[in-house]
Structures are given as C-alpha cells and as structure tokens.
Design a protein around this ligand. Structure first.
Ligand code: URA
Length: 246
C-alpha cells in the first residue's frame, strides 16, 4: 500500500513539475498511474565543452537491423560543413516500430556530446511531458531535421536542410510511423516548406510524406515560456486522438 502511495506521489510530483499546479488532465493521469513508464536515464553530461572530440564515444545500437545498417552507412556523412564541427552525428533514437515519431530541429550541445537526441534540459522536459500525458517514451521514435549540431545552436540553413532531409525520409521509410509531431516552429516550417508562424502551423493537421503531422512547441520554448504549456497540453491530446485512430 505504501509503495502505491509513494508511486502516486512520485507521479504527481512529476506532473506538477511539468504542468504546474493546474490539473489539465482527466483520464491521462490515471493511465500514467496505472502504468508508470521510466524514461531512459540521460547520462551525466560534462559541463565544459568536451575536449578532445568525442567521436569515438560508444553510441547504443539502433534497435532494428535495418536502422542500424542505415546509421552505419551515413554516420560519417560529410555532405555539409556541420560534419567538421560535430562531436557525434545524432541519428535518432527510440522504438523502431513506433506509431509516433517526434521530429526536432537539430542536436544541441548535450546531444552532440552523447549522440542521442533530446537528452539535455529540453529533452528532460519532453520526457516528463510524455510521461505526464500518458504517451510512453518507449513507444516513440525521436529524430531531428538535422543530424549534426549547428555551431552555437543557430537555426539550420536551407542548404543544410536540403542535404540532411533525405536521411529523415529514409528513417520514415524504415520506421513507418503513423503520426508525426514536429517540435517547434523551425522543424514545422522546414518539414512543410512554409514560413507560416507556429500558431498558424498548430491550427491544423498537415501531412509529410503522406503521414499526418501536427506541429507543437519546442520543449526549449516551454522552458523559456512556461505559460505555453497549457497549449502544448492541448497538442498532446490531439496527438493521442490521432493515434487512437491509426
Ligand atoms: N533540440 C532539438 O531540436 N533537438 C534535440 O535533439 C535537442 C534539442
């Protein structure tokens, strides 16, 4: 009994650390409580920029032979100048049979060091949001538009997107997700080849490669503007609805 109470306490603490004290949810929390999902523990990241370069770091293998073999083929990519400054190419990570694929913009510092997407502060918030909304991180695949970190986290350049996008398309062919969610304006605009604002992009279900696509806030933007969390909660509910119909 005590264990169950501790579990409920832990889940509520996680929930309130993401969504604050307002209870947006009804059924989703119950689902999380019944089936808590432990997100993968991010490895400790050194504070200082790593030296020497960490390109030999061990990155866990993809969980499907086809994805792993594609990763091995493209991991030494030199199609653009980002290959010169990267520590690691960040291919993507998650369930190779995922119905839902999340697509971010580009790796940041922590992701470049570890070779895994969304392991920094934004990634930790993303984990908590998924957990609190009842979407299981273990069921999802996460990748980025760009596989290498732009210096200083600047926005991707159009030519970088053009060169990197075929990798994302190939990942989609292999994983065959049923629903896509773009994280942030830049990912949404790059996928949809538009300059529409994030609020406009959030209004409707789009398609990319014939797959339904929703666009929502980037978790880093939610760290800067927590008042957007309520809207992002609405987006997560839309995603769950789309997933129920696939
Ligand atoms: N931001 C992104 O868009 N992708 C990551 O992998 C990390 C931060």
């Amino acid at each position: 009994m005590h264990k169950a109470i501790d579990e409920v306490k832990k889940m509520l603490q996680n929930y309130s650390s993401v969504w604050g004290n307002e209870l947006y949810l009804e059924k989703a929390l119950a689902e999380v409580l019944v089936q808590p999902v432990a997100p993968p523990k991010p490895k400790a990241v050194p504070k200082q920029a790593p030296k020497p370069r960490l390109s030999s770091q061990k990155i866990p293998a993809q969980r499907s032979p086809e994805l792993q073999s594609f990763y091995l083929q493209m991991k030494a990519c030199t199609k653009c100048a980002l290959s010169e400054s990267r520590n690691n190419l960040v291919f993507g990570w998650g369930n190779p049979n995922a119905n839902l694929m999340l697509i971010g913009e580009a790796p940041g510092h922590d992701e470049d060091v570890q070779g895994i997407p969304f392991v920094g502060r934004a990634g930790q918030l993303l984990d908590k949001m998924l957990l609190a909304s009842g979407l299981k991180r273990e069921d999802i695949y996460i990748a980025n538009m760009l596989k290498c970190r732009p210096p200083g986290n600047r926005d991707p350049l159009p030519e970088e997107i053009i060169k990197c996008e075929p990798y994302l398309r190939r990942q989609l062919e292999i994983i065959k997700p049923k629903v896509l969610m773009a994280l942030g304006r830049v990912a949404g605009q790059s996928l949809l080849k538009t300059q529409d604002s994030l609020s406009r992009l959030r209004e409707q279900t789009h398609h990319y490669n014939n797959i339904p696509l929703l666009v929502t806030y980037h978790p880093a933007a939610l760290l800067r503007n927590p008042r957007w969390k309520q809207s992002s909660w609405q987006d997560l509910k839309k995603i769950k609805k789309l997933l129920q119909n696939v």
